[in-house]
Design a protein around this ligand. Structure first.
Ligand SMILES: *Cc1c(COP(=O)(O)O)cnc(C)c1O
Length: 466
């Protein structure tokens, strides 16, 4: 059969989409009881994907069937309530349903003329986020794939502006012969920031590292004398402890001399949008750029990062290598590509809009504070059964130190992970291996926490019996 005829039939009779929907519901209905990490068999069965690329067009229904049979069991259960690995995030039902609908739209969000609806919703999200997070009115937003990309964009805007302050047109003149720019960063900064510093050509050896305190917060008293050649990288939410840097004072110092401050708030910046946790982000509005994920704390589907920047001109000039927007060669409406490195982009802001519209301010507060409460519960229940918690649980991160000996911690962790009851990862904190728990999903209930604590206890018993 002619392939386009086949596709026309698939498009119109919709059976394929019914099949996908049934698999999706089957998956979601079983999520609470399935192993949080796939079984060894599910992983070894993936070998069945190893085949030469087919010579001929296949059968769509068979493709979906194979994906569900082999693929679904080899997923990690992020959307259940007991996945605490890395810092990830569940998915709000309304955002998932929105994604289904917009998948059928398949919009390209580069220019308003390519998709008026996604341009409009980017504009709305930009304004809502500025207001929710209490950022300056001039703040603009770029909707990118995640915080790694958002940090890169913020630092590119900073580079452009700081060089301009020093009388250097970076887009034209580049690094050769440029006056020195100083990068100031806390020693607990995230790897994504370090990567962006390297990618943008500043050189890791040129970072002026600032010591952190016992929670991984930058030590204000150790900040070097700042000047107008400085870019200061701070964080809202240490990826291990969840701690927030003291923004207020450092931003005041930076603003007094014309330095730029970027805040990596991948999961923690949402605290600024909550009544009950916003004290953690005091002074955050005094920075120049911020990066945050929709796909972590806010629980939108993946592939949703946001760069917020108060200096629109610096951002656009850095990302477009031209000031073309000033001459209005684009439309009067919002052209999303001006604020991102990419041109073609999917309509990720629609899911973000759906999340914000659904939750409202009180819903954001309930979601974010709920993650915090579950983290506190986790820490308290673990503590009550003799596990030591080594961080102040200010947000959603809990660091557990089951043993002074790294190999014992590792053994315990592997036993917990293999139980399928819950999943947490490890990290190194102050030179010691620890178990890192991140409570990131709306779906995590009090019962999920207690059940996970029991998995910790069972694992400890299993090890000591051996
Ligand atoms: C997750 C994370 C990043 C990277 O974000 P991606 O969305 O994965 O690119 C950066 N900084 C912090 C603090 C993070 O937690």
């Amino acid at each position: 059969m002619d392939i386009s005829k086949k596709m026309h039939a698939e498009q119109s009779n919709k059976k394929l989409f019914e099949q996908a929907k049934n698999y999706a519901f089957d998956y979601s209905n079983s999520i609470a009881e399935r192993h949080v990490f796939p079984s060894n068999k599910a992983i070894s069965d993936l070998i069945q994907f190893n085949e030469d690329m087919p010579s001929h067009s296949g059968n769509s229904s068979d493709i979906l069937e194979q994906l569900h049979r082999l693929g679904s069991p080899a997923t990690t259960a992020h959307t259940g309530g007991r996945y605490f690995g890395f810092v990830t995030g569940g998915v709000l039902p309304v955002t998932l349903a929105t994604k289904w609908l917009t998948d059928f739209w398949d919009q390209n969000t580069a220019l308003q003329v390519m998709s008026p609806i996604t341009s409009k919703l980017e504009e709305i999200c930009e304004r809502w986020l500025q207001q929710l997070l209490g950022l300056p009115e001039s703040t603009v937003a770029g909707f990118v794939s995640g915080s790694s990309s958002a940090i890169f964009c913020g630092l590119a805007a900073a580079r452009l502006r700081i060089y301009q302050n020093l009388g250097w047109d970076f887009n034209k003149q580049g690094h050769n012969g440029a006056p020195p720019v100083r990068i100031i960063a806390g020693q607990d900064i995230h790897g994504a920031v370090i990567k962006a510093v390297a990618l943008l050509g500043f050189g890791l050896d040129n970072i002026e590292w600032v010591a952190g305190d016992d929670q991984g917060r930058i030590d204000t008293t150790q900040i070097p004398q700042l000047d107008n050649s400085c870019i200061v990288m701070l964080q809202a939410g240490n990826v291990n402890s969840g701690a927030f840097d003291p923004f207020d004072d450092i931003c005041d110092q930076a603003n007094a001399v014309g330095a730029w401050v970027h805040i990596d708030g991948a999961f923690g910046l949402w605290a600024a949008g909550t009544e009950r946790l916003k004290h953690l982000t005091k002074g955050v509005h005094k920075a120049h750029s911020w990066s945050v994920d929709g796909h972590k704390t806010l629980n939108t589907p993946y592939d949703s990062g946001i760069l917020l920047c108060r200096d629109k001109e610096a951002l656009i000039t850095a990302l477009q290598a031209s000031g073309a927007y000033l001459t209005s060669s684009y439309s009067d409406n919002r052209d999303g590509m001006l604020y991102t490195p990419e041109m073609s982009r999917r309509a990720r802001a629609v899911e973000l809009w759906a999340a914000l519209k659904y939750l409202g301010k009180s819903g954001v507060d309930a979601l974010v504070f709920g993650l915090h409460e579950r983290a506190v519960q986790f820490a308290q229940e673990l503590n009550a059964v003799g596990f030591s918690i080594i961080n102040d649980v200010v947000f959603n991160q809990v660091l557990v130190s089951p043993s002074e000996e790294d190999h014992v911690t590792q053994k315990l962790l592997e036993t917990i992970q293999a139980s399928g009851e819950c999943w947490a990862g490890s990290s190194i904190w102050k030179g010691k291996k620890v178990i890192r728990i991140s409570v990131c999903s709306w779906a995590t209930s009090e019962q999920d926490i207690s059940r996970s604590v029991k998995a910790f206890v069972d694992a400890r018993n299993a090890i000591s019996e051996r």
